[in-house]
Design a protein. Sequence first.
Length: 574
Amino acid sequence: MSAQTRKRHPLYVWAWSLVRLDFVGVAFGALFFCLSLTPSLLPRDWLFQGLIGGLNAAIGYGIGVFSWRMFRRFVIGRRRWWPPSKRVQYAMKTVTVVLAVGACVLMLIPAAGWQRQVSAVVGIEGPTTLGYLRTLIIAALVGAACVGTTRVLIDLIKLMARYLIRRWRLNDEVALFIGTAIVVVLAITLINGVLVRGFLAGANRVFQPQNFTTRPGIVQPLAPERSGSPMSFAPWDTLGYQGRNFVATGPDAEELTRINGRPAKEPIRAYVGLQTADTDEQRMAVLLSELERTGAFDRKLLVIIPTTGTGWINPVAARSLEMMYNGDTALVGSQYSYLPSWISFLGDQEKSMQSGRMMIDAIHERWAKLPPDKRPKLVLYGESLGSMAGQGAFAWLPDISEMGFSSVLWVGPPNASPLWRAITARRDPGTPEVRPRYDNGRTVRFSEATDADEIEAAAAPPWEGTRVMFLQHPSDPVVWWSPDLLFTRPDWLKEPPGRDRTATMRWYPIITFWQVAVDMTNASSVPAGHGHNYGDYILDGWVAVAPPDGWTREDTERIRIAMQKTESEDGPEY
């Protein structure tokens, strides 16, 4: 077959149409790529930057193509001087492509410097300029894949329109409209009904086997105060991977006695896993039986902990509170999913909030039946998706006080958390979104949680009655990512930056949305005190909202030192 014949072959023509580019689209794509290189909340390596750059370049390309076609059709399409000669068009296209590619390459040099600045803010080493040039390769591959996929969909629309014109003799515009509607509906149905469900089902199959494993070194507890012990109503092998980690670790009475210098109680840790019972109601019944069996309602502090996606409970949060109260505590958790938090958040936010609401309501109902002078202090803790799950139990802030909670600590709440969003939106005039104040701090306080002194200042008296505190880093993308970032500049990017956010970050429509979205994938891997890693500042959060009587700063530092000497039990596994 000759070269000329191959060129005329329909498949050859269609394949070539997938790779040829519109020169105005190239210019817009280059602009979006260059803007995507600007700094955001957290440092990005060349691989993640390539992903962001490719996505944004493809979006910019599409905007450029559409804008140019509209401009050409309605503005210059009927001008006598348009179109120019082929020689002029060729020169324009050549200059545009050369400038676009050159700008992308040159922009990577300051981009590497920006990433080193952001890395320095969070205390890690930044990328080298030469290594960061690899970004362009990944971006080109991702952008090409996105543009190619879009063109396939457009070709399907045209194919559907031609069929409608031949079959029903429809007008061209009507046929294109109907074809577009059909393809869009089919695409949405495919994504929501097949791809998303298939992804969630596949993710369940991937992560469920881990739920039946046990971390090396973790053994069944023998103390009756722990779920999973031989005396427990929640069998050890039903608690799940994270549940077994929770009940089998943490300080015992002997360790607490040594740390605090006085006789301690054995801390209570109650937990049920997805395999503990068949239904949510049955699991709650087992959990209440565990609380009765262990004597949890006789302790000084009863702490309800809605978990993250996999059932994870931050060991720092649990251990620090048990050390502060010398074991006179009962910590309660329940698993509702096999999936990590980011998948649960994207796939089924409502499930986490329903689970949190059910556990809080069940325990509160039993607690409320006790005589007021016999009740333990009722405390609520939640981190990441666990914070969102806990907020689902309350319609509004006064409900927390009315239900009898003495203290609430919410760490790194997702931006979609209903109570957090409502309080932030109604914050006192003149207070920044990154550290708002609501009702002059009467019940709820916000802390940037970048050091112990800052948290102590946020909790400064007077602060009577129920105490609710949010710990939220200015650099935590889980807190600040929202679909609103697509087309709306948020207040936190209009205001002076928080303590650990670079002042060079700017908001750009569409681009910032993807930057912060990808920041979430790295949010827990940065050093403590930044991103979504709150480290031992959770201890300071507990001191702010639930200090034991007579607690001093020296006590806080004593517990901090004791925790630092303890080998880390677990890393973030949201």
